[in-house]
Design a protein around this ligand. Structure first.
Ligand SMILES: Cc1cc2nc3c(=O)[nH]c(=O)nc-3n(C[C@H](O)[C@H](O)[C@H](O)COP(=O)(O)OP(=O)(O)OC[C@H]3O[C@@H](n4cnc5c(N)ncnc54)[C@H](O)[C@@H]3O)c2cc1C
Length: 366
């Protein structure tokens, strides 16, 4: 059954009066607050009555004070980032479908704006980042399931990946709503169009459930602990595996330079998290493309690799320049170049192909 996540107060015993997160049937949630489409596979438990929907600042429909029968799902803190990334993906799907529809309807200079290269670039780029986010979520859920550990324990083990998902999912959503609004032009700024609300509502995701700054600081520390325990391994020589190796190389260089005071070097720590997170995203997209054998997944992965490796390279250079200098820095930078090498692709042609598939389907497709 499809469900969406809503935020509400509820009268049930241990969370009475406090803001709570609830999974409710999509058909009910649609009349309360959420954009439809945020899918979750969490188990349902206690039935509750949501008496008043009090979503702070996030705009609600006129039915917001209606009593509603819903079911509350208690979430462990480590599950929250993962759920947020999945809910962000649902909102992205809804927003992208609206942008596709609008682009096909709106005419300018004698054609639909969907025919313009720059609009196709936006649509494709939205889908590519969504595909990476979705692939990360599938992979992490798989890791947690395969670990055979109780959910709480597995959540602790994969806490760094949960942070990656929280950051990547919320930033993907911000990107998607921003470009969707741009596709709507002036109408995007108008309250009559759902993209106006999607744009405003998306912003909170980078703030709650641990701000993205705090998640960036936590993730690297958690990975350091796993390295010390010997439970983190990176194998293989693929582009994605090399990007992960680069993240570990940076972690090593920064630990050598700053020792136990590495936590005080927030920009360095956040830069390492970006490299490791983007490497995780690239690896997830690559593995899924191989598994699905779909041409669209392969195209999206190729464009994603092309651009994310540039981001990885830039973050790595910033980190290494804070950890080394002179010949040591030059030698470190040549390692960065070696580990971020990728076969160049014609990303314009690939994005057009991806956009063509989106326009044909009228929605996000893999
Ligand atoms: C709509 C909404 C719903 C919410 N729902 C819930 C909920 O259900 N449960 C709940 O517990 N909370 C909830 N919150 C609270 C939310 O989690 C906090 O707003 C969030 O954690 C940020 O805390 P803060 O607002 O105190 O900002 P601050 O902690 O003051 O942060 C301000 C800025 O400083 C940065 N910053 C803070 N500390 C550091 C640091 N050590 N290093 C570097 N940068 C730092 C932050 O990243 C941020 O950019 C909700 C908030 C909103 C707006």
């Amino acid at each position: 059954m499809e469900a969406v996540i809503v935020y509400c107060t509820c009268p049930s015993a241990d969370v009475a009066g406090r803001l709570a997160r609830a999974l409710v049937e999509e058909r009910l949630a649609a009349c309360v607050t959420c954009l439809p489409g945020a899918v979750s596979t969490y188990r349902w438990n206690d039935a509750i009555t949501v008496e008043q929907e009090v979503l702070l600042m996030i705009k609600t429909s006129t039915t917001r004070h209606a009593a509603l029968q819903a079911r509350l799902v208690a979430l462990h803190p480590n599950e929250v980032p993962e759920v947020l990334a999945v809910s962000a993906h649902g909102k992205c799907r809804y927003t992208l479908a609206g942008a596709i529809r609008y682009a096909q309807e709106r005419r300018a200079f004698g054609k639909s704006i969907a025919e313009f290269g720059l609009i196709q670039h936006k649509l494709a780029e939205m889908a590519i980042r969504m595909y990476a986010n979705e692939s990360m979520a599938y992979r992490l859920v798989g890791h947690i399931q395969d670990s055979g550990q109780p959910l709480m324990k597995a959540g602790e083990e994969f806490a760094a990946e949960c942070s990656f998902l929280k950051i990547f999912g919320s930033e993907t959503l911000d990107y998607v709503v921003d470009e969707a609004l741009q596709i709507h032009g002036g109408y995007g700024y108008h309250q009559d169009y759902p993209v106006e609300r999607a744009y405003r509502d998306a912003r909170i995701n980078r703030i709650f459930e641990g701000t993205n700054e705090i998640n960036r600081l936590l993730a690297t520390g958690m990975l350091l602990r796993r390295i010390k325990k010997g439970t983190l391994k990176v194998d293989g020589s693929s582009t994605a595996a090399n990007a992960s190796k680069l993240g570990l190389f940076l972690l090593n260089a920064a630990s050598k330079k700053y020792g136990d005071s590495i936590e005080e070097q927030q920009e360095v720590v956040a830069g390492i998290t970006d490299v490791l997170m983007n490497a995780f995203a690239l690896e997830s997209a690559t593995l899924r493309a191989k598994k699905t054998k779909k041409e669209n997944a392969a195209d999206m992965t190729a464009v994603f690799a092309d651009e994310i490796l540039e981001n990885i390279k830039a973050s790595a250079k910033t980190v290494l320049a804070a950890c080394s200098e002179g010949p040591a820095l030059r030698s470190n930078l040549s390692t960065v170049d070696a580990l971020t090498e990728v076969e160049p692709v014609n990303s314009i042609a690939l994005r057009r192909r991806i956009a063509g598939r989106l326009l044909q389907a009228g929605k996000y497709v893999v």
